[in-house]
Design a protein around this ligand. Structure first.
Ligand SMILES: Cc1cc2nc3c(=O)[nH]c(=O)nc-3n(C[C@H](O)[C@H](O)[C@H](O)COP(=O)(O)OP(=O)(O)OC[C@H]3O[C@@H](n4cnc5c(N)ncnc54)[C@H](O)[C@@H]3O)c2cc1C
Length: 370
């Protein structure tokens, strides 16, 4: 069997590892021109669900790379108001030395690419497919084509594979924009940051829809490109951020960071100090999107995984973990007597409650109603 995976994101790469491990002929097609193309990392929480899926799919050498490049485990989720008065706190047991509880997105993807040199093709933007009695013919934007027995759309929230397979799915913009950034963890920043910001995920809010999340990314083994940092994300609607989408998405990273500085100008001095120490060149904007009902589809040769099938807000920290769960189930379906229809049913049953929870969390956190 020949499997073509569209998208070398978290789910697509994990699936390729799982299939390769059991000898399936798999090729991953990625639209980015190279693995180094986007170095913008951000912290992704890996839950026991994601960890279990990784353990099931990854060969030992790749799993060791993932563990080595993961971040040091945290033990806290906490909330504050904008003057840093504590609102809630949840402490977790500290995970063991081999545990993967959070990763930097770029470092994680690079680790998942270990040993995939012959499997990955960059600069290949999926355009369309045609199902034939013998398989699937795939067309790329550069005019080239490929054939496979099974096509997997692992091409993320804006999936073109889904666009053709399930054109009726509405992906909703929930109206919240994030300005994502990094504060390098210099000795001065470590000194300034509240202890909680160095222990886990912290969310500060002014109670009127403006929020700022902070979480440490302290590598076990940093990528060559950058070192430890504090993830810093400002969240709000366009009116709260004081910029329309046309303005926001045309801004330079430095202009975006200036919005963050302006937004927290009357917040606690420690937060202002941390933002002032940010890396202005690292800022970028993100639109938060979700589906409401996870779709079903009818094809025996084309299927979907991850954000392509169940786009969700990041407010439950579950998108990547669910993509990994899908990849593990799909590896099993493609290498056992389970079929793609069973896989699809499993994906819908598993992801629908998570999509709903992520949306409810986002509505509460960001004070929006979808
Ligand atoms: C700020 C933020 C924080 C988050 N935090 C968490 C967290 O803590 N925990 C968690 O579980 N999840 C988190 N998520 C969600 C998580 O990042 C996604 O759910 C996850 O990346 C989905 O994986 P995927 O493989 O489905 O898609 P992606 O990782 O998005 O990969 C899709 C890939 O497909 C490629 N592609 C797209 N179109 C094409 C095309 N036409 N042809 C070829 N290739 C294409 C893209 O370039 C990309 O490489 C967060 C998301 C954001 C934005």
């Amino acid at each position: 069997m020949k499997v073509a995976v569209m998208g070398a994101g978290i789910g697509g790469l994990a699936l390729a590892q799982g299939l390769l491990k059991v000898g399936v002929d798999v090729t991953v097609f990625e639209r980015d021109p190279s693995p180094q193309y986007r170095k913008q990392g951000y912290r992704i929480h890996i839950s026991p669900v994601g960890e279990e899926a990784l353990a099931a799919m990854l060969p030992d050498a790749v799993r060791r790379r993932v563990i080595a490049t993961a971040t040091q485990p945290g033990d806290l989720v906490a909330g504050f108001d904008d003057q840093l008065n504590p609102q809630f706190e949840q402490v977790y047991p500290v995970a063991g030395p081999d545990a993967v509880t959070s990763v930097d997105r770029y470092a994680f993807r690079r680790a998942l690419m270990t040993g995939l040199d012959d499997v990955l093709q960059f600069g290949k933007q999926f355009a369309s497919y045609v199902e034939t009695p013998d398989g699937v013919e795939i067309a790329f934007a550069d005019g080239t084509s490929a054939v496979a027995d099974v096509l997997v759309g692992a091409d993320g929230v804006g999936s073109r594979v889904r666009g053709q397979l399930v054109p009726e799915l509405d992906v909703l913009d929930i109206g919240v924009r994030c300005i994502y950034g990094k504060v390098p963890l210099t000795p001065a920043v470590r000194e300034t940051a509240p202890e909680a910001f160095l222990r886990g995920f912290c969310f500060a809010s002014n109670g009127s829809g403006l929020g700022a999340a902070f979480a440490p990314v302290v590598f076990r083994e940093p990528p060559v490109e950058y070192g430890d940092y504090l993830m810093a994300v400002l969240t709000g609607t366009n009116p709260v951020l004081g910029a329309s989408d046309d303005e926001l998405f045309a801004m330079s990273p430095a202009e975006l960071w200036a919005i963050v500085e302006r937004s927290v100008a009357d917040w606690h001095p420690t937060i202002r100090e941390l933002v002032d120490a940010g890396e202005p060149g690292a800022a970028f904007p993100i639109t938060l999107r979700t589906c409401i009902k996870v779709p079903s589809w009818s094809s025996s040769r084309v299927t979907l995984l991850g954000d392509a099938v169940h786009p969700m807000t990041p407010a439950a920290g579950a998108g990547a973990n669910t993509a990994l769960w899908d990849a593990a189930r799909l590896t099993r379906a493609l290498t056992s007597d389970k079929d793609l229809v069973t896989y699809q049913q499993e994906v819908i049953a598993n992801s629908q409650p998570i999509v709903t929870e992520s949306l409810h969390n986002a509505e509460r956190m960001f004070k929006v109603s979808v």
